[in-house]
Design a protein around this ligand. Structure first.
Ligand code: GLP
Length: 241
C-alpha cells in the first residue's frame, strides 16, 4: 500500500483529483468506482472545477457507486443517488446512462445486486475505485464479518454505522437498517484503489488498516493484499501510525 501523507483535507482532495484526472487523460473511457460520505466531497468539488475550466471531460467515463440505502428513492435527499446528483453528476458532462448506483427501491433487492454486478462485469470492471473508511473498518457498506469474496449484496447495517451516518438524517430512527453494497470481492477486483481518510477520529482505524492483521473483523484490512492501493491521508488521520 502506498501512503501519500498530506497536510490537510484540501491537499487530500487535490491529490485525489489529480489521480482521477490523470486516469481520464490516460484512457478517456475510464470506469470509476465512486464513494459517498463526507470525505470525497472535496474531491468532487475539485473535479467540477476542472470540468468547468475545460480541463477534463467525463463524456466517455462510466461510474459505479459503491452503495445505496434500501428503501430510499433517487429523490430522497438522503439517498446516495441524490448525493451524487447534487455533489457531482449534475455539474459535469457524465451522461446519465453511464452513471450507475444500485437502486434502493428495487422490488427484488437480491436481483438488483446480481444485475449490478453484471453491469460492472460488462463495463470491464472498475479501473479506479475511490474508497472512504468507516470507523469500524467498513468499505462501501461491507460491515465487519463480511466474507472477503462477497459480491454485491444486501447488508444489515451495524448500529455503529447507523449512528455515524445519523448526522445526515433528522434522527437515528430515520437511518435505514439495510443497504445494497458492492462486495469486498468486487472491490478487490478493481485495478487501482484510492482510499481517502481525513481527521483524527479516523486515526485508530488507519492504524488498524495499515498495521493490523488482515481479518474479516476489520474489512478494510484486506486492502493490504491488493497490489495497487494508494492511501491518501492527512496528518491527523496518520497521527497514530
Ligand atoms: C458511509 C459510506 C462509505 C463511506 C463511509 C465513511 O458509511 N457507505 O462508503 O466510506 O460512510 O464516511 P465519511 O467519509 O463520511 O467518514
Amino acid at each position: 500500500m502506498d501512503i501519500i501523507r498530506v497536510k490537510d483535507y484540501d491537499e487530500l482532495s487535490e491529490k485525489a483529483c489529480k489521480i482521477l484526472t490523470n486516469e481520464i487523460k490516460k484512457s478517456g473511457s475510464s470506469v470509476f468506482g465512486l464513494a459517498t460520505g463526507s470525505t470525497p466531497e472535496g474531491l468532487y468539488q475539485q473535479l467540477i472545477e476542472k470540468y468547468k475550466k475545460g480541463n477534463i471531460s467525463f463524456a466517455d467515463v462510466t461510474s459505479f457507486n459503491l452503495d445505496e440505502y434500501v428503501g430510499l428513492a433517487a429523490d430522497d435527499p438522503n439517498s446516495y443517488r441524490y448525493y451524487m446528483d447534487e455533489k457531482l453528476f449534475s455539474h459535469i458532462d457524465l451522461p446519465d446512462e453511464q452513471a450507475f448506483l444500485p437502486n434502493g427501491i428495487a422490488d427484488d433487492p437480491d436481483k438488483e445486486c446480481h444485475d449490478y454486478e453484471a453491469l460492472i462485469k460488462d463495463a470491464g470492471y472498475i479501473d479506479l475505485q475511490v474508497l472512504g473508511l468507516g470507523l469500524n473498518g467498513h468499505i462501501g457498506f461491507n460491515e465487519p464479518g463480511t466474507p472477503v469474496d462477497r459480491r454485491t449484496h444486501v447488508v444489515d447495517l451495524d448500529e455503529s454505522t447507523r449512528e455515524a451516518n445519523a448526522r445526515f438524517f433528522n434522527s437515528l430512527d430515520d437511518v435505514p437498517k439495510k443497504a445494497l453494497t458492492i462486495g469486498i470481492g468486487s472491490i478487490m477486483e478493481s485495478k487501482k484503489i484510492v482510499l481517502l481518510v481525513s481527521g483524527e477520529k479516523k486515526a485508530d482505524a488507519v492504524k488498524r488498516l495499515v498495521n493490523g492483521e488482515v481479518s474479516e473483523d476489520f474489512p478494510a484490512s484486506i486492502l493490504q493484499k491488493h497490489n495497487n492501493v494508494i492511501l491518501i491521508a492527512d496528518e491527523e488521520a496518520l497521527s497514530k501510525l
